[in-house]
Structure formats: C-alpha cells, structure tokens
Design a binder for this molecule. Structure first.
Ligand code: SF4
Length: 190
C-alpha cells in the first residue's frame, strides 16, 4: 500500500502533524518526526499497524496530546496477527534502548508490533523509506544499530539477534557468507 498516489496525502498529513505545537518537553524529541511519519503513513493507508499504533487508546491519546496536540488520527481499524515472540522482541529492544528519552518505550512497543507484518519493517511501520527506520534504530537502540554491520534487513536482523540470545539456530548455513538465502537477508529494501 505504499504507492506514489498516496504520497501527496501523506505529505499533507505529515505537514499537519509537524505543524502542531508539541509540548515543550517533546518538541525536541528525535522521535517526533519519526512518529509523525508513522502516523501520516498509517493514516494514508500504509503499513500493518493497528489503530493507535498498537499502543492502546489511552497511551496513544497521551502520545498525540504530547507530540501532536489537536491532531486527530485517521488510522485504520485493523488487527495484524499477534505474534508469540512480541514480548521477546520488545525486551530485546528495551534491553538496548538509548535511555535518552521516554518515547523509546513507545517506539519499542510499536516496533515489536510491526514485526507481525509481511513487508519490510519500514513499510510495516508506515514510514516513508528505509532510511527513516535506520535513523529510528540509531536514535532509540544504538547498540543494536551498530551491531548490524552487514546492513542486514532490519526485521531479519532483530529476529537473528533474538535467536542468538535465546540460542535458537534457525539459519540454514553456519555463516551468512555461505548461505543461499543471503540475498533475502541483505541488500536493498525497496
Ligand atoms: S544469510 Fe542465511 S545464515 Fe545469514 S541470517 Fe540470513 S538465513 Fe541466516
């Protein structure tokens, strides 16, 4: 659902979001522009995230009130399948958070929820491009971001980190260099 015909509407929504007067504490939060992109994308029909970004109405209302007061989300009512590894992925993210701002907690929940999607993670999040997701990883989870030295696709990378911690070996080859699925894990995410 990331078609070019969606972009003008998406851009309008993004401008509306960023034009709202954020609370002083949140105006300089590096996640503000990333959350705006997610909400604009979701409202324009992109991504897999459920209404309220999967945070639940009270938390999402708090998020909007702090970051984008006066904006009314047009997010779709949809429910991606819940994934049994959600809490493990969330824990992986929280264990590696930058601990610079409270919004990292929301971002971890949203990211874990988007892992249930079927597209690239940046698409499932409703972001505009992969660079935004890479930026999100560096801002919120810098130790994880720096561990992705081979520029592995982000969703694959998160699962591989989780599997490595848990001692689960699901990969078909002992190393990525020998693997016939290399192209599925690395390379462009367009
Ligand atoms: S390239 Fe192969 S070994 Fe490496 S993460 Fe992907 S599936 Fe696993």
């Amino acid at each position: 659902m990331n078609g070019p015909d969606r972009m003008p509407y998406r851009a309008i929504l993004l401008a509306d979001l960023l034009g709202t007067p954020a609370a002083a504490k949140y105006a300089g939060d590096p996640n503000r522009s990333l959350l705006a992109s997610m909400i604009a994308g979701q409202s324009a029909g992109s991504g897999c995230l459920p209404h309220h970004l999967g945070l639940g109405e009270p938390v999402f209302t708090e998020l909007l009130g702090n970051f984008f007061p006066g904006f009314h989300s047009l997010g779709r009512q949809q429910s991606p399948e819940s994934i049994p590894e959600w809490s493990d992925l969330q824990k992986l993210l929280l264990d590696h958070r930058a601990a610079e701002c409270d919004s990292e907690l929301w971002i971890a929940d949203i990211l874990a929820t988007a892992c249930a999607g079927r597209d690239h993670l940046w698409q499932d999040l409703g972001l505009a491009n992969r660079d935004e997701l890479s930026n999100l990883m560096w801002v919120n989870f810098p130790k994880l971001a720096s561990a992705n030295v081979g520029d592995m696709k982000w969703k694959k990378f998160l699962y591989r980190q989780f599997c490595a911690i848990e001692g689960i070996y699901v990969c078909p080859a002992p190393s990525c260099g020998e693997c016939k699925d290399h192209a599925k894990c690395f390379g462009p995410e367009n």
